[in-house]
Design a protein around this ligand. Structure first.
Ligand code: ATP
Length: 320
């Protein structure tokens, strides 16, 4: 449905080189740290930026030379804010009027989207009268209104507080499934990428380092950098692995690999962090710092000495 083929974007001191395809109906997350080139990839797909080399395909058609409005993509970018002088419903209707939809059809589509986004009560308000989360939902409704085949979202939950993010995350997930749209979104937050997408593509310094289903990528990261970026805390050098009696390395210990209270390895609970539903404990064992997380009832007390076991089945080898 969407493909970057040999796409290169160059700025002073930076180069993005990308070959990537997104299937029809798929939700793909472009995941990477700040400055890795995710937004550039998205802007090239939207037509907001021309690549220095390579082509962009949409539905099998080469759209590299087409302007954004002729690509049939919807996008939600920070800089494309809502029209401040228009009400919520007029914002959502705007693109449909431009496309010459008849009034009855516009009214139907706008009503449907406002209902889906929980915005009916705000239909007559101006953007300045809305909260950040409501504005984000309007932007999403506006992008979805003309039934684009492809939806491009740059940090769609970027500026929101944690609770609102979680709520909008679920809504966005429902919308993506309900609209049967092909979606690509950019984020630096791995949980957001995991929850929303069927596939994640991880970008580092303008290069794709790994792609796959969220669980597959999490359970088998390509290398040490990717493992850490995805949030793994137990990433062991070969020396640390050897100290713990594990062959090979670098190794990533997957969740569930550490069992406190059983086994041969003597350890000390250096820090106990109460997160609410779960407790995190930093352990020191044979000169190696290890992280365990689980329910409070199973967590060792801070300062306690204990024995731990490591399940070698839950240790995966990664490239340095
Ligand atoms: N118009 C531009 N002119 C010059 N350099 C640019 C331009 N746009 C982006 N860059 C540079 O290209 C690199 C990649 O930028 P890009 O916005 O694609 O990264 P990103 O991964 O989306 O980052 P972030 O998560 O911070 O938005 C950065 O180093 C950035 O400074």
């Amino acid at each position: 449905m969407l493909a970057w083929r040999g796409v290169v974007v160059r700025y002073p001191g930076f180069e993005l080189a990308l070959d990537l395809e997104v299937a029809r109906g798929e939700a793909l997350a472009l995941l990477g740290p700040s400055g890795s080139g995710k937004s550039s990839a998205l802007r090239v797909a939207a037509g907001l930026e021309r690549p220095s080399a390579g082509r962009v395909f949409l539905g099998g058609r080469d759209v590299t030379d087409l302007p954004p409005e002729r690509r049939g993509v919807g996008f939600v970018f920070q800089e494309y804010a809502l029209f401040p002088h228009l009400t919520v419903e007029r914002n959502v209707a705007f693109g449909l009027e431009e496309r010459g939809w008849d009034r009855a059809r516009i009214r139907r589509r706008v009503g449907e989207l406002l209902a889906r986004m929980g915005l009916e009560a705000h239909a007559r308000k101006k953007p300045e009268q809305l909260s950040g989360g409501e504005r984000q939902r309007v932007a999403l409704a506006r992008a979805l209104a003309p039934e684009p085949e492809v939806l491009l979202l740059d940090e769609p939950l970027g500026a929101l507080d944690l609770r609102l993010r979680e709520r909008l995350l679920l809504e966005l997930r429902r919308v993506l499934a309900g609209e049967e749209v092909t979606a690509v979104f950019v984020t630096h937050d791995q949980t957001e990428a995991f929850v929303l997408s069927q596939r994640v593509a991880i970008v580092k310094s303008g290069r794709l380092v790994q792609q796959g289903a969220p669980e597959a990528v999490f359970e088998q990261p390509a290398d040490v950098w990717t493992a850490r970026f995805l949030g793994h805390k137990n990433v062991l050098t070969p020396e640390e692995a050897a100290a713990l009696g594990l062959p090979g390395g670098p190794l990533v210990l997957l969740p569930g690999a550490l069992r406190p209270g059983a086994g041969e390895i003597e350890a000390r609970a250096a820090e106990r962090l109460f997160y609410g539903p779960r407790v995190g404990v930093w352990l020191e064992a044979r000169g190696v710092r290890l992280y365990w997380e689980g329910p409070a009832a199973e967590a060792p007390a801070e300062g306690a000495s204990l024995r731990i076991a490591i399940d070698p089945e839950r240790a995966v080898e990664v490239r340095p």
